[in-house]
Design a protein around this ligand. Sequence first.
Ligand SMILES: Cc1cc2nc3c(=O)[nH]c(=O)nc-3n(C[C@H](O)[C@H](O)[C@H](O)COP(=O)(O)OP(=O)(O)OC[C@H]3O[C@@H](n4cnc5c(N)ncnc54)[C@H](O)[C@@H]3O)c2cc1C
Length: 387
Amino acid sequence: MALSILNEDENAIRDAILDLVRKTIAKRSQEFDEKAIFPRENIELLGQQGYLGMIVDPRWGGSGATYLAQTMVVEAIAAADPATAVIYEVHNSLHIEGIWRFGTEEQKKRYLPDLCRGQAIGAFAITEAESGSNAASMRTRAVKKSDGYHLSGRKMFITSAGEAERYIVFATVDPAFEEKGITAFIVPKTAKGLAFGPPEDKLGIRASRTSEMILDDVVVPMEDRLGAEGEGYPIALYLLDGGRIGIAAQSVGIMTTALERSLAYARERKQFGKAIGQFEGVQWRLADMATDLHAARLMTYEAARRREEGEGQRPLFAMAKLFASEKAVKHAIDAIQIFGGYGYMREYGVERLLRDAKVTEIYEGTSEIMRLVIASRLLKEYDLGNI
Ligand SMILES: Cc1cc2nc3c(=O)[nH]c(=O)nc-3n(C[C@H](O)[C@H](O)[C@H](O)COP(=O)(O)OP(=O)(O)OC[C@H]3O[C@@H](n4cnc5c(N)ncnc54)[C@H](O)[C@@H]3O)c2cc1C
């Protein structure tokens, strides 16, 4: 069904990606989750079909689509496979967009085409063991020498680490400069001195790989610095703004599946001689789920549209992520409740919604950090996107 908030092209993209996901990604999603298989084939497929680097100019291998179109693709993928959705989201919003917006012509020419085709996967490394929500306190050092910058340190919880061919790594040229010392670099997987920890054993999104990155005197040539020295922090914040819209979309995808599965079960499961969907207690839960889903989707799409308008919209992105992620966790619990005992069993695949949803409240900024972002702007000016 066409959505009125989308233009004709976006509705066509939505129909096409939903169809592709149903016929391909959805089929092996449960197996990949159970066996923690990294879904590289999904990323390759999305590249072949033109869904990677969608907002990038076709000159560099993208499709010149709107930010909202790319956001809907995250949502559609997440409805079937939240693990592929986060790999996709990091690849596009945190890596490709970083090179496209902040890279030199030479970097775009060298790096964007294979990322947009799905022949290389991109990752983003800012978090460290002692530096999570407060990313500006990072310790990974970049020391400038005649042959380039020498990077040493450890990055924690990096999506696709060990699988991705390239990494945008943030390091400080001097911790005393705090955020003004942070600088971004493009580092290939094959760089000498770069090693990866084993895959983390996670609660959910188990098919995505999350690992530590160990940088031991990794030499990055001058031409692979991304942006100017000391400008890495605003670059990270800009990219994370987009990433948060992507995580909101991932949450909306999970909510969609929670509602669809719950509705189907409420129609089919009979107790006391009727389908459980005939009971008011179940109906109210379904009605609330549908209402929240609609609100979360509109907030996410609105945030994606605002992303195209430029600066000053950060609290709206935070609101979309905060609302959608917290509702995704709640709806996963609601779906389990509607399924009763069957919801608690792995076989029915509803418990996975909860395992996959939980992380949306944590990565790319926790719910607490989203509230800080919103409140700090509110206290400065009430006019948040004219609420
Ligand atoms: C599966 C997964 C994939 C990830 N992928 C990546 C990736 O690709 N790249 C990357 O760089 N990072 C990645 N991360 C890291 C992620 O972004 C961080 O885990 C997240 O930002 C939180 O940081 P932390 O874990 O250090 O928690 P902390 O910052 O230590 O927070 C712990 C708790 O304290 C709260 N807290 C902290 N500060 C405040 C405050 N000022 N006010 C109120 N509460 C506060 C937090 O909200 C949280 O509840 C990933 C994490 C996970 C789990």
